[in-house]
Design a protein around this ligand. Structure first.
Ligand code: PGA
Length: 252
């Protein structure tokens, strides 16, 4: 049985103090949760503060991005060496990075390999745009992004990778995929993972992301191939994020 995994992507929100306070609020609300893995992904500058807030809890820490090089002349970037030992997870290939910062599949692949080399677990985001969806290209896009980003990942690392299926048209729009669609796409992703990693695909976690709310989470998280959620907007409100985590399998 895969343990469901709910991660909060705080994006470019919360000062260090606000991040610490939100983490403290979440700890209280999530204390009784045992059946779900939870990670908080604050901005880089708040990682240390949130790490101290969640010390001695089951909550994990994630970064939102990372460069692939260990060090060097990359002004403004954060390296895997800097995150190793600080964060457990790192979100890679988020559509906002692909869209606004021109990140290519090849760059994302190098980041995935660098993260694994340094003991960080990638949350690899893939997803189709509205146009691709309307042209019926969703599966082709997912397969292409997945295979490109996972090139060279060794079988022994496979279960350290989490996939987040995030249709771009659902992110921040209030228009989530239906639970049926989320299930179908996540099952397709798992079939691709089976091609890459064989039976290990059954142990790998696939999250759905895109306008997850307390209202739609129960149905989405009930789907057999949906192993959790990557939550943006709703992760900034303690009550909403707690309700989403509680909706995961085994907690109700
Ligand atoms: P959203 O964002 O929940 O605000 O749609 C999800 C994400 O970008 O990971």
């Amino acid at each position: 049985m895969r343990k469901q995994f709910v991660a909060g992507n705080w994006k470019m929100n919360k000062t260090v103090h606000e991040a610490y306070d939100l983490a403290i609020e979440l700890i209280t609300g999530l204390r009784a949760v045992r059946e779900t893995e939870v990670a908080l992904c604050p901005p880089f500058v708040a990682l240390t503060a949130v790490k101290s807030a969640i010390a001695n809890t089951m909550i994990r820490l994630g970064a939102q991005n990372m460069h692939d090089q260990d060090r060097g002349a990359f002004t403004g970037e954060i390296s895997p060496v800097m995150l190793a030992g600080l964060a457990d997870y790192v979100i890679l290939g988020h559509s906002e990075r692909r869209q606004h910062f021109g990140e290519s599949d090849a760059f994302i692949n190098r980041k995935v390999l660098a993260a694994l080399r340094h003991g960080l677990r990638p949350i690899l985001c893939i997803g189709e745009t509205l146009e691709q969806n309307e042209r019926g290209e969703t599966e082709a896009v997912l397969a292409q992004q997945l295979h490109a980003a996972l090139t060279g990942v060794a079988a022994e690392d496979a279960t350290n990778v989490v996939i987040a299926y995030e249709p771009v048209w659902a992110i921040g729009t209030g228009r989530a995929a239906t639970a049926d669609d989320a299930q179908q796409r996540c099952a397709f992703v798992r079939a691709q993972l089976r091609d890459l990693f064989g039976a290990l695909a059954e142990e790998m976690r696939i999250q759905y992301g895109g306008s997850v709310t307390p209202a739609n989470a129960p149905e989405i998280l009930r789907q057999p191939d949906v192993d959790g959620a990557l939550v943006g907007g709703a992760s900034l409100k303690a009550d909403d994020f707690i309700a989403i985590v509680r909706a995961a399998k085994g907690n109700l």
